[in-house]
Design a protein around this ligand. Structure first.
Ligand code: FMN
Length: 139
């Protein structure tokens, strides 16, 4: 399964990521921490006026290869810029927006992210077992 990497200033994203990680037993790391050991789902927040936090940008510049999807938090208060970091990252790196959270998100958001992670895990397993397991050789 994927691991989770998050960025959080005031704790909303951290708490959400910890809840999801605990439910599925996934490794969890911060963008400021060690490089992710596996492909990952990124969880971050929106800063400035609909912007991606600089700490998240820096992390992505170094580790975009493992990025598989993005969750971003924001606040409805920001209207059209609500959780826009998710859209910016999805467009720049060609990955899906898995969820947009108002602040710490809801139980429904959490279920949606869990569902996506489980489906992604099944898709990976299917892709792997669908590969040929032996080589017929030249005989
Ligand atoms: C200075 C500042 C700018 C923000 N700008 C936006 C914004 O443009 N769009 C948005 O949806 N939320 C915006 N937010 C709200 C945060 O993204 C939101 O509170 C988020 O849950 C913070 O996540 P964290 O608690 O994990 O740091 C802003 C918050 C601050 C403090």
């Amino acid at each position: 399964m994927l691991c989770l990497v998050y960025d959080s200033l005031t704790g909303n994203v951290r708490r959400f990521a910890e809840g999801v990680g605990a439910e599925l037993g996934l490794p969890l790391g911060r963008v400021q921490g060690s490089p992710p050991a596996a492909p990952y789902l990124l969880l971050t927040y929106t800063f400035g006026t609909g912007e991606v936090p600089e700490s998240t940008r820096r992390f992505l510049r170094a580790h975009s290869a493992g990025l598989r999807g993005v969750v971003a938090s924001g606040s409805y208060h920001w209207g059209p810029n609500f959780a826009r970091a998710a859209d910016l990252i999805a467009a720049e790196y060609g990955v899906p927006v898995v969820a947009k959270l108002n602040k710490g998100g809801t139980a429904a958001d959490r279920q949606e992210v869990l569902r996506w992670l489980r489906e992604d895990a099944v898709a990976r397993l299917t892709a792997r077992t669908g590969e040929p397991r032996w080589n017929a050789g030249s005989n």
